[in-house]
Design a protein. Structure first.
Length: 94
């Protein structure tokens, strides 16, 4: 889950930032290089009335991202299986 923007709820001013939240990951990787792939944009950046509203939206975003990634992963695995097995069995699951 990623945000590129100005963090308007936190009054970040004109400073542009990139924030990445890696789901189900808990390690200190500051100052490390990572690779990010964009799958789908879920919403535009917006200013919330406070941190509680922002946190609530981020929880909803997290649910949406999990759903989108699961759908993407199923499609990806289906394509791999179809190419490796060279059968049409998986055509019924699209």
């Amino acid at each position: 889950m990623l945000n590129i923007g100005h963090r308007p709820t936190l009054n970040n001013g004109s400073d542009l930032s990139i924030e990445v939240h890696i789901l189900d990951f808990n390690a200190d990787i500051y100052d490390q290089s990572i690779r990010i792939e964009f799958v789908q944009r879920i919403r535009t950046e917006q200013k919330f009335t406070g941190l509680n509203e922002l946190i609530e939206q981020l929880q909803q975003d997290r649910k949406e991202v999990r759903k989108l990634l699961l759908e993407w992963y199923v499609i990806y695995l289906t394509q791999i299986c179809k190419s490796k097995l060279n059968i049409s069995f998986f055509d019924n699951f699209q």
